[in-house]
Design a binder for this molecule. Structure first.
Ligand SMILES: [Zn+2]
Length: 191
């Protein structure tokens, strides 16, 4: 039967058989997404680029069906998550960014319109056929933040404390130096 994620089929056909597409793949399967991740990680020193980022998991499920009783409007719903390598824009360290999507799409041909489906977004079919993979990939790409960051400031590099004593010292030093300088300036305004 081939590969339901990769095979091109018409939206009507997918909807008619109520196709369920399991997603349990590596990021590398989604080559457009992988190219974006690769370009992002290229900003890092090569030695700190996480080596296994292409093998991170994309997991989820797409479910096809019809949105209307007359079976004229194919739809796809479902959910998926992806762990992708990213560079934190606050501390410039690599981290695992979790993308979550919940597609709720009407699969419409360009001349087709559908009113009364407010909860749905429209996926315009460029051709008769659609590849489930492309839907997942495009939605994941759209879910990528413009500026990726650790969720929690405490996870950023300067604030992690694997060796608390050393890091604490590093944190304190610049402020201590600045304070020392300020005190000097106070004592001797003319320098
Ligand atoms: Zn960070």
């Amino acid at each position: 039967m081939g590969n339901p994620l990769q095979d091109r089929r018409t939206a009507v056909e997918l909807a008619s058989v109520k196709q369920v597409v399991e997603i349990a793949n590596k990021v590398s399967v989604f080559d457009g997404l992988a190219r974006i991740v690769e370009a992002d990680l290229a900003a890092l020193d090569p030695e700190i680029i996480p080596s296994g980022w292409r093998d991170s998991a994309v997991l989820g499920e797409l479910r096809f069906g019809f949105a209307d009783a007359e079976k004229r409007i194919p739809m796809v719903t479902g959910s998926a998550t992806a762990d992708i390598g990213a560079v934190c824009q606050r501390c410039l360290e690599p981290f695992q960014l979790k993308l979550e999507i919940e597609p709720k799409l009407l699969l419409l041909e360009t001349e087709q319109s559908a009113d009364g489906f407010k909860d749905f977004e429209v996926w315009e079919l460029d051709e008769q056929t659609v590849r489930p993979r492309d839907i997942v990939e495009e939605m994941l790409i759209m879910a990528m933040p413009l500026s990726a960051m650790h969720d929690n400031v405490a996870d950023c590099k300067e604030f992690t404390a694997t060796e608390p004593s050393d890091n604490a010292e590093e944190l304190v030093k610049p402020f201590a130096a600045l304070r020392a300088q300020m005190i000097r300036n106070d004592k001797d305004p003319a320098e």
